[in-house]
Design a protein around this ligand. Structure first.
Ligand SMILES: Cc1cc2nc3c(=O)[nH]c(=O)nc-3n(C[C@H](O)[C@H](O)[C@H](O)COP(=O)(O)OP(=O)(O)OC[C@H]3O[C@@H](n4cnc5c(N)ncnc54)[C@H](O)[C@@H]3O)c2cc1C
Length: 441
């Protein structure tokens, strides 16, 4: 039996940051649409530890629904806000960059000052406004509270979507448990290994994500312990230790009770079927054997040495299909490496634009126009993030084209590269999308 829903019903696939915020947005702005969220897991849940949001993204949360900003605020209220705000303080963590051992591990001489291993090289300022790192699970818990009972169905792993045979033009969803459901359109928020992406793009090379050459160790250290490890450096402020083919980021989460660590390293290929694999402590420490005592101590204090392989998508030629109507959102559309800290932020922007264009939809033809406008506005920006994030991963690890380990050139590049992400006017994008829809009416 196929469960079918009322006029214009929307299926959201996947309940991560994209799927949950989209559900909240559609319930608020599209009362005329019926919304069902299908999640393959038995319950909502996030893996990994921290995720950071900059003011441009937090403002967009508020444009979607001020309750999302409140949820974010609950997860960041104890964070330290330096003045002026800093994104990261950049330090050299790799001993191989030392140019003068005699004077005590000097890594650079800049503007008449000697910079030692682990000392501040430069600061990447952040924009003013609410920002910071949240514990993924805590943020998701807050978002889940905004989704009324009955909207989400669990243990519903989507396996296929086909056009209905009843002439309605609907999408028929097939799940791994054998059940089916019929909806006017499907919004694929099913992440980097997206099934909906494969259905939309068919046999294109862009269907599957590719290994970026980087992997990460992720973990949490109690803040009291981090204070001991970091010595003179404030662990409640975000730090980046750069080096050759690796870098280590730290920032506070969970109201500054936890010290979040993401330590990156490089390898040419990834041949294992799983993207998160366990490794030994010894292997992990081997990756940082050339690094400063502070970095080594951070790594020694990570409890579970899991390796996360970092993949990203190649550019998709479209984010939607019409027969059946499917539209891709968040990582399903544009999974990126995390090196500019904006993948989840792009999910939030997608949700803002898509939910507002869907608010104008009263027929299947409207849905198609809405997807077209969303695709035109969102694809260039989100794909630029994928490309530039990959480049940033190389930049932070002394591999940047024309930059290498030159700290002056690194600073010049770093200080400019986030402007297009952080100074963006998403409301203008929405206006463009609305204009496109009107022009097609
Ligand atoms: C190490 C690391 C650090 C990062 N740091 C940041 C950061 O600081 N700032 C930032 O903005 N971004 C960051 N990101 C990126 C960010 O985490 C992602 O962009 C974001 O979480 C993607 O959310 P999503 O909802 O699109 O996908 P996901 O979180 O992957 O959610 C997909 C959901 O779909 C479900 N699902 C999958 N397949 C199916 C199916 N067939 N049927 C039904 N359900 C399905 C899954 O169970 C899951 O719940 C980071 C990423 C990494 C890897």
């Amino acid at each position: 039996m196929i469960l079918s829903h009322g006029p214009l019903s929307i299926a959201i696939i996947g309940g991560g940051i994209a799927g949950l915020t989209l559900t909240i947005a559609l319930l608020k702005h599209c009362p005329h649409l019926s919304i069902t969220l299908y999640e393959s897991a038995a319950a909502f849940g996030e893996i990994g530890a921290g995720v950071g949001f900059e003011p441009v993204m937090v403002r967009t949360m508020g444009l979607i629904d001020p309750r999302i900003t409140v949820a974010f605020g609950k997860c960041t209220k104890g964070n330290v806000v330096p003045e002026p705000p800093r994104w990261f303080t950049v330090r050299v963590g790799d001993r191989r960059k030392v140019i003068d051992n005699v004077e005590g591990e000097v890594v650079a001489r800049r503007a008449g000052r000697e910079v030692r291993l682990g000392e501040e090289v430069f600061v990447m300022p952040a924009r003013r406004g609410p920002r910071g790192g949240v514990h993924r699970a805590h943020f998701l818990d807050e978002l889940v509270k905004l989704v009324p009972d009955g909207v989400a169905q669990f243990r519903k792993k989507l396996v296929d979507v086909v056009e209905a045979e009843d002439g309605s033009g609907d999408a028929v969803l097939q799940f791994a448990d054998g059940s089916r459901a019929q909806h006017s359109a499907v919004l694929g928020c099913d992440g980097i290994k997206s099934r909906t992406r494969a259905i939309v793009l068919g046999d294109s090379d862009a269907t599957k994500a590719v290994f970026s050459g980087k992997y990460a160790y992720r973990g949490l250290i109690p803040m009291a312990k981090a204070v001991e490890i970091m010595g003179d450096v404030n662990p409640k402020e975000s730090q980046m230790f750069t080096g050759y083919h690796g870098h280590v980021l730290t920032f506070p989460i969970a109201n500054a009770t936890l010290f979040n660590v993401v330590a990156f390293s490089s390898r040419p290929s990834w041949n294992e079927p799983e993207w998160v694999v366990q490794t030994s402590r010894q292997n992990m420490l081997e990756d940082y054997k050339h690094w400063s005592p502070t970095v080594v101590s951070i790594m020694e204090n990570l409890q579970k040495p899991d390796i996360w392989a970092l993949f990203n998508h190649l550019p998709a030629s479209t984010y939607y299909s019409t027969k059946p109507l499917i539209c891709l959102v968040g990582d399903a559309a544009h999974a990126s490496t995390p090196h500019q800290g904006a993948g989840a932020g792009m999910c939030i922007e997608d949700v803002y634009v898509l939910s507002r264009v869907l608010a104008q939809c009263h027929s299947r033809a409207d849905l198609e126009k809405a997807f077209h406008a969303y695709d035109a506005v969102r694809r260039p920006r989100s794909q630029k993030l994928v490309k530039t994030s990959r480049e940033a991963g190389m930049l932070w690890e002394f591999e940047g084209e024309g930059v290498g380990a030159d700290l002056e050139a690194l600073e010049q590049n770093a200080l400019k590269r986030m402007e297009w992400i952080w100074d963006h006017d998403i409301v203008e994008d929405l206006e463009k999308a609305h204009k496109m829809m009107r022009a097609e009416a």
